[in-house]
Each structure stands twice: as C-alpha cells, then as structure tokens.
Design a binder for this molecule. Structure first.
Ligand code: SF4
Ligand code: SF4
Ligand code: SF4
Ligand code: FES
Length: 956
C-alpha cells in the first residue's frame, strides 16, 4: 500500500486542477478526483499501487512500458492506467490473474536484457525495476541471456557527478522527458527503433561534451541505476533525509539532504519545495563538495600584521582579541571608526545578529551588506513606487503570464530553476521580450525563443524604459481605470506628461540605445496589450549609475498597464545570492532597522531600544563604499565582515584592497581564506549551510528552513560566533537556538509577526508579509492596494553615465554570471563544476577581435580607467560589436580591477555593467596580476605555516 500523504510518494502521473470532480470505482472502492486525473493516480490516491516503469508524477504519462495495464468495464483490452483519464462511473480492476500474467510477461522481457547484478548495483534497495519485479512476482526468466542484448555496452563516466550505464537502461524515456519537460534543455534523445533504441546525449560524444547542463533531472527520473550519482555509487544508499534549502542562488530550492551517518550522500530536490517543485540545477544538486573541502579552515586564527604568520587560537582567545581590538580602536579613533558587513549567504538569523551587534555593541549604524553591490536599487526603487522593497510575485506566477519581459537578467544561468519554469511557460505559448546587451540563452533556445530581442547598448536601460513608456502613453495603451483607482493622480499626470515629450519617443531614444524604434514600439505594444505581462529583471538593471531610476521605470510600466496585483504579472527582481532578500529584510542597511524601517523614525527606534536595552544612533551609518573612503581617509579602522568577499566582489579592487590595508583590525568570518581574509587580522572560521539551523529568504520573499545535517566543523555555527563576539564586547546575547532569534525578529518586525519555526514547518515555507492580516503569508503583493496606499509614478529622466567610450577606451565591458559558477566562486571553484568553466573569459565580437588581431583563446589585456588585467578571449556573436563581456568568478582574472567606482545615484550600487575599456592581444599577465599572485602566494604560505599556540602573542 502506498502512502498518499507522504509528499515523496510517486503517484504516477501529475495532479490535475479542475472544478469538476469525477467519481469512479477502483477494485470495489469509490473515489472522486478532479477531471483529467489518470486512473493510475486515482488508484494511488486510494493507496493502490499499480506497477509502473515509464510513469512518474513529475512527468506527463507516456505509455510505453505496458506495466500498468488494468481492466476497465466497457473498454476492450487492457488499457494503460497512466494514459487513461478517469470518467464518471468508471469501474476499474487493477489486480486480476490475467493482469498478473501479462505484467509478469512484460517484466520477463525487461529482465532478459538487464544485468542481474542487483546485489552489487548502486540502486540495490532503491530501484524501481527491482521493486516492480517483486511487485509482479517475477520468479524466472525463460528467455535466457544468450540472444541479442545490451549487456556489454560501455559506461559513460564523463560527467563529474553522474554515470550513464546503458546496459541497465530499459528505454522508458523518463530521462528524455525530464530533460525536455522539466529542465527544458532537450539534450537527450532516443536513437534507433525497437530493440536498437538507446538514450543518447545530443551535441557531443558523451554527457560532458554534450548540450547537457548537468541539472540532474534525468538522474532523478531514472527508475533504474542507468543514470546514477557518483556519490551514491561511492557511498551507498542513504539512511535518512533532512529537508533544507540550497545555499546558492535566490531561487531558494528546497532539497532533501540524504545522509548516511553524518555523511552527505546526495541532494535530491524536494517535490514539496515551493520554489522548485522537485527540480534543481547543477550547483544545488551536485556542487556541495566544497562544504568538506580540505581548504576549509576550522580553527580561529589571529595575527598582528598582514606580514605575520597566522596563529591558531581558541574561540575564546580569538573573540576576546577581536573585541579588545574593536574597543581599543573606538577609544582611539571614536565610536564610528568601526563597522560590520552582514552576509547574504548566511541565514536571516545570522544577518540579524550582525546588524544587532553593530547597532548595540559597536553603538553605531555602520552596517551594510552585499546587496549594496547588487539589489540596493531594487530596495529603493520599489519602496518609492510600490511601497515595499521586494518582488511582487511567486515564481509560480509566471505560469499565468502571457507576455514575459526579461530585462538585464539571464535566468537560465543565474536562476536556473526559474529559467526552466519560464521556458516551460514559453513552450505553452507565452511570448517573450528580452532586453539585454547580450544574446542570452533565452533569446534562442530549443523550443523557446524571444519574439523580440532589444539588444541595447550597456547603460541605456532608462532610455529604453522611457521609450517604452512613451509608446504606451502616446498610443493610448494605458490601463486608465487601474491608474485612476490605484495610483496617485498628480504623480501619474506628471509622469505621463514627462514620458510624452518628443525627446522620449523611440525615434529619439532608439539611436541612444542602439535599437531600432520599430522594435521598441513593437515591444511596448506587446507588453501593454498581450494579456498578463510580467517583468523579470536582474543586476543588468540595478548595477548602473541609474539603477534605482531603472527600477522605478519598471514599476511605472507595470502600473501604467495595470500589470500588478494579481497572478501572472508583476515586477520581479531576480535576487542573486541565496539570502540577499533576507539580509536586506533583516536590517542590514545602515539606514534601516529590520523590516525596512528608517533608523531616523523615533517610534521604531524606541521599540528596538526597549527590546535591545541600548540607545540607538538616529542617523544612518556608513555604506560599504563610504567605509572604504573613510578607511583611506584614516577615520575608519576596523571591520567585522561575515561571509562576504569584498576584496573580490566589490568594484575597483585596488581601491578596496588599499582600504583594507589601511585598517588596523579586519575580522573575517568565512569558511575559506578568501580574498578579503588575506587582509585580515582575525579569522573566525565559518560554517556551511549544512552545519547550522536557520532560514533563508528567496527572491519571492519565501522564508524556508535551513536545517543542520552535520555538526559545525569549527565547533560553532556562524550565529554562535557572533553571539560570542557580542558577549566579549560586553553586550550580552543569550540565544540557545536560532529559533529564538527568529522569535525576536518576528516580535520586532511587523511583516514577520506570524513567522516562527513551528509555522514554517507547518507550511513548508512562508512568504512575507506573514502577520495577523496574512497568517498564511503573501504570495502576491499589492492585490487590492499598494503597500504604500496609492502607487506612485516617479519621473525617470535619462542621464547618460559618466563612463563613456572614447578613442582610448572604445569598447564597453559588461559583466555577468555563468551557470556552473557562483558569485566569487569560492564555493563552486572548489567543486567539479570547474569541468565546465575553469577560468573567466572575455567575450568579444568577431569584428572587434579581427580588427585587433585577436583569435579565440588568445590572451588579451583589458584596460579601463581603473586598472588592467589579462584574460583569454572568447570570440562570440553573443555580444554586439563594441561590447565585451566577462564573468567574475575567479580572483586571478581581476574582473573588478577594471570596473570603476561609479555608482547608482541613490544607493551607491556600483556600475559593474558599464566600463569603457580597450582590449589588446598580450603575452603576459598584467602588473596587477603579478602583484596579486605574489601577495596571494605569500598569504597562502603564511596560512600553511600557521602556528598553534596555547596563548597568542599578538596582543598590543
Ligand atoms: S536512462 Fe533511465 S530513464 Fe532513461 S530511458 Fe534508460 S532507464 Fe529510462
Ligand atoms: S542532466 Fe539535465 S540537462 Fe543533462 S541530460 Fe539530464 S536532464 Fe538534460
Ligand atoms: S536554482 Fe539556485 S537555489 Fe536552485 S538548486 Fe540551483 S543554485 Fe540552488
Ligand atoms: S507506466 Fe503506464 S505504460 Fe509505463
């Protein structure tokens, strides 16, 4: 009997959503199910398991294996229960002697071409073929193994994470369908016919060389050991599973961490995951080996000077030393001479504690987070227009969208599971507009392509958004009733008059953007009139000198066309890191307390003062770039940096490292000696997401549990280290479990009032606001009214960036991510994901390459007003002439040596996406790279030669 209530139970075919209920009788028992449900699923819902091989409830039925035959009154033969929908009054028999015979015969055929190595097979005990053979009572195979078979076919072990063993394949095609329907890559196919049919990966001789992106959906779908995780082959079947959340991107996929003792065997996406529904990408599913990598530092370390070798000390010694340094520096240079950075990779509870420590124990508001360099303009822009600093929809909302506008985002690389969902919607007929300087995969991928790709020049988003708005207003495409009912009248009128100006017409701004006016008009018409229209945007919008303006421009478009406040529409920032939404929510910005409440608000401050027992400073503290400036000015002397590698991720590396060098005490808390830690005086070993409890909040405001599956390698989870530091500073913190921290957050944050671990466990996950008004959370925001009351149209005048091309720097560099690597790469570089991307490369258009004598693979020097570095060239038509592109995952590439410290006018978010550069063919590394290598080698030596001492000798 199968357990229908166990969410992991495979009910054979997908659920159907219908208002019409159909009643039928299965083996003498009655059941009512939604119309369209298969007989197989209806039986499973009664607890009756019909044998199956080619069916699984994550895929539409295919009907190829014939194991699931049933008898149905009035129907001839033995219909397949997976492909037969229920009908009213149907009478079904799933177990009869005749069916048993037929099923045994089919199974006999399968087994006659299958190795009988069950005892030594990695799937032993968890193989559907084995289970079904037992289920149908197979006792002998009459055909022998002498005839033609596939038993000697060669194994493909090329993929670093899974093997393909064709001798075990039953050609059920679940893998092919998973790759098509779930992942949307279409990398697999069945070649040949009948007995000759085999699974093949397209586009290469083996899996690694093929078009496969290693998402693992096929591995998960395979009912046999044909496609199997290497970790499972090595470690054997897991014994238990813990539900937790991916620590990579802002999709926030839910996983079952399958364990054997305290060893992780594999990560299997959770079917119940609200953001991922059982799917994952190569990072979350496979790239977790970094968590136990030998480079992990598991002992606290201190040193007086950067030139000194590290000394391993006890936790007590390390936090006492850090605290004494912070206090010494404050005494000497003043209260505001120190600050902290919270991590978007750590949990909500940990980010909350760091900002609390800064505001209480440090006594200032010098706290910031990496959102400063990514989505701070989202926070500002959406707050101004809509009243809340977060995306408006669930990911699932895209399945109701008719038109999807992707601007400055590359979901298939940076948010892969959402990218797959988006592609699924496109295959169902939704229409796509891409606005991006680069031809991202979505522009033209198998069975999903953009109707319009507006390949604008980097730095012209605001011009483009104004031109789109001009068309909507001037061609009478406004949703006037929505605007009248929901938006501020005067602001709207001002905006309408502004965008109507001839200078905002596509004919005027098209040449600025480098996009034909007709394309802009077509895109505006499609967005405004194509039905439900949803906007998805990323760092290609925010990381500009007018990032906040562009976010407001996007919100304006949504309000102007009434595309907000229901499913299928909205304004959706695709947040980069796993908990960047959460770190912002938790009060990590210098001007805001948790829940985005301004520090200058006396009432709000009073609430926190009472809870925290301190007097809070009423003025905003320093943002990260201000901290660097102040460090160079000599007024900022110490930093507590948790889980953030500012020396690699922030722009103008040489400026950042000079600032770090200027400080007297840099405390880094991380799992590796990252680039910032090379400038540190105290190293507090961090804990991976597998080693702690807590929560992450994804891009759709979904708060999900992170659950500890193993003890912290360094003995403390990150939150415990912050607690220890606060206590050493004389500010008492006394939490026994992160749930107590969440209870405090919930008490003090109106949008979190009903959030608790118990409630999250009950719902699986919760989307904030979750409070008295919305006890089950809020998947879609601004339904009846905007959070700020009336929506506010903001003026978005286009101001070209100061970063211009000239004869010295004639090309525009823009940067981004790649699927297999993550952010600064500290995690993914320490996994086999390097098989796909082992170095950053510079994409350059063939015309620009040719005029510079550059060929694919050549070393090229790239120089900007900020610095120079050297990368290998990748000649590609993905970029337009005049534009070059690189990723920033490898520190030695120095992509951020080139980026400037231009930044968004409202939030200081750096303008990573526009840097004027020149590219030339070279034969040796840049001066910066030589200096970097020397310094890095020296720091690695100092780490390697670290001393262990009972008592540290570095006290001043
Ligand atoms: S590889 Fe697995 S899923 Fe694919 S056809 Fe073979 S048995 Fe089925
Ligand atoms: S791993 Fe993913 S992309 Fe690769 S073949 Fe399997 S389903 Fe397709
Ligand atoms: S899509 Fe993002 S959250 Fe999901 S598995 Fe991949 S990296 Fe993790
Ligand atoms: S499970 Fe129905 S035909 Fe394979």
């Amino acid at each position: 009997m199968i357990n229908y209530f166990d969410p992991q139970t495979d009910l054979g075919t997908p659920a159907r959503d219908s208002d019409v209920q159909v009643s039928l009788n299965i083996d003498g028992r009655s059941i009512s199910v939604p119309a369209g449900t298969s007989v197989m699923r209806a039986a499973a819902m009664l607890g009756t398991s019909i044998p199956k091989l080619c069916a699984t409830d994550s895929l539409e039925a295919f009907g190829s294996c014939r194991m699931c035959m049933v008898e149905i009154d009035g129907m001839r033969g033995y219909p397949a229960s997976c492909t037969t929908p229920v009908s009213e009054g149907m009478v079904v028999r799933t177990q009869t002697p005749r069916l048993a015979d037929l099923r045994r015969n089919v199974m006999e055929l399968y087994i006659s071409d299958h190795p009988l190595d069950c005892l030594t097979c990695s799937a032993n005990g968890n193989c559907e073929l084995q289970t079904v053979a037992g289920q149908v009572g197979l006792r002998e195979v009459r055909y022998g193994y002498d005839g033609a078979n596939h038993l000697t076919e060669k194994k493909d072990t090329s993929n670093p994470y899974f093997d393909y063993e064709p001798s075990k394949c039953i050609v059920c095609s679940r893998c092919v369908r998973a790759c098509e329907d779930i992942q949307g890559t279409f990398a697999l196919t069945i070649t040949g016919r009948g007995f000759e049919s085999r699974v093949a990966a397209a586009g290469g001789d083996n899996f690694l060389a093929s078009e496969c992106v290693s998402c693992g959906a096929c591995v998960q779908a395979c009912p046999t050991a044909t496609l199997t995780e290497k970790s499972l082959v090595q470690l054997g079947q897991p014994e238990r599973a813990v539900i937790t959340t991916c620590a990579y991107c802002g999709v926030g996929c839910s996983f079952r961490a399958e364990m054997k003792g305290d060893q992780l065997v594999r990560m299997v996406p959770d079917k119940n995951g609200g953001a991922n529904h059982g799917h994952a990408c190569v990072k979350g599913r496979f790239a977790w080996g970094y968590a136990t990598h030998p480079d992990r530092i598991t002992k606290p370390m201190i040193r007086k000077r950067l030139e000194d070798p590290w000394q391993e000390v006890s936790w007590d010694e390390a936090v006492t030393y850090a605290a004494s340094e912070f206090r010494r520096i404050q005494l000497k240079y003043g209260r505001d001479s120190i600050g902290g950075i919270t991590s978007s990779r750590c949990t909500n509870e940990e980010a909350y504690l760091v900002q609390k420590l800064v505001r209480t124990a440090f006594g200032n508001n010098n706290v910031d987070t990496c959102a400063r360099v990514c989505h701070s303009p989202t926070g500002y822009g959406l707050k101004q227009t809509l009243g809340e600093s977060a995306g408006t929809q669930s990911f699932d909302s895209v399945m109701q969208a008719d038109v999807i506008l992707v601007i400055g985002a590359n979901p298939t690389d940076a948010h892969p599971v959402f990218g797959s969902q988006l592609k699924r919607r496109l295959r169902q007929g939704a229409r796509l507009i891409v606005i991006d300087p680069r031809r991202i995969d979505l522009v033209d991928s198998p069975h999903a392509r953009a109707e319009l790709h507006l390949q604008l020049r980097p730095g012209t988003n605001v011009a483009m958004l104004n031109a789109l708005a001009h068309v909507i207003v001037s061609e009478g495409l406004l949703a006037q009733p929505f605007i009248d009912a929901r938006c501020e009248t005067e602001d709207f009128a001002r905006w309408r008059d502004f965008v109507s100006l001839p200078e905002n017409a596509p004919e005027a701004l098209g040449p600025v953007c480098g996009v034909p006016a007709e394309q802009i008009r077509a895109a505006a018409r499609l967005y405004a009139t194509g039905g439900n229209a949803a906007i998805y945007y990323g760092l290609g919008v925010t990381e500009h000198s007018q990032g906040s303006t562009a976010v407001m421009g996007i919100a304006n478009l949504a309000m102007a066309t009434g595309n907000i406040g229901r499913e299928g529409v909205g304004v959706n920032p695709l947040r980069g890191q796993n908990n960047v939404q959460g770190s912002c929510d938790m009060g990590s910005f210098p001007h805001e307390l948790p829940g985005y409440r301004h520090i200058s608000n006396e009432g709000v401050r009073a609430e926190f003062e009472q809870a925290w027992g301190v007097t809070l400073q009423p003025d905003p503290g320093l943002r990260i770039p201000n901290m660097f400036e102040a460090a160079l000015d000599g007024s900022f002397k110490a930093l507590y940096c948790q889980g953030e590698d500012i020396a690699q991720s922030d722009p103008n590396t040489q400026h950042v490292t000079a600032a770090l060098r200027a400080m007297e005490c840099v405390v880094v808390q991380d799992i590796f000696l990252n680039e910032t830690a090379k400038f540190a005086h105290v190293f507090l070993p961090g804990s991976s997401f597998l080693e702690k409890d807590g929560t992450f909040t994804n891009a759709e405001r979904r708060i999900s549990r992170v659950r500890k599956v193993m003890e912290p390698l360094a003995g403390k989870a990150d939150w415990e280290a912050t607690v220890a530091l606060a206590n050493a500073l004389g500010y008492p913190m006394d939490y026994r479990h992160p749930s107590e921290i969440m209870d405090e957050i919930a008490r003090l944050t109106p949008s979190f009032h009903r959030v608790s671990y118990a409630e999250i466990d009950r719902h699986g996950s919760l989307q904030w606001p979750c409070n008295e008004a919305a006890p089950d959370g809020t998947p879609t925001m601004h339904i009846d009214q905007f959070v700020r009351g009336k929506g506010r149209f903001m003026l978005t005048g286009y101001v070209p960036t100061d970063e211009r091309v000239n004869s010295r720097y004639p090309l525009l560099l823009t940067t981004g991510r790649i699927l297999s690597q993550y952010n600064v790469g500290a995690q993914t570089r320490r996994t086999s994901n390097t098989a796909w991307h082992d170095a950053d490369r510079l994409e350059i258009h063939p015309d620009d390459a040719e005029s510079r004598g550059i060929q694919d693979g050549d070393w090229v020097g790239i120089g900007s007003r900020a610095g120079q570095t050297v990368l290998r060239a990748k000649v590609s038509t993905r970029v337009a002439p005049g534009v070059v592109y690189t990723t920033f995952h490898f520190p030695e590439s120095g992509a951020n040596v080139i980026t400037t410290d231009n930044s968004d006018w409202a939030t200081n978010c750096p303008e990573y996406k526009v840097t004027a550069v020149e590219v030339v063919k070279v034969f040796h590394p840049s001066q910066w790279q030589k200096r970097y290598q020397d310094f890095s080698d020296e720091q690695q030596r100092l780490l390697k030669e670290r001393r262990t001492q009972e008592k540290a000798e570095v006290r001043r």
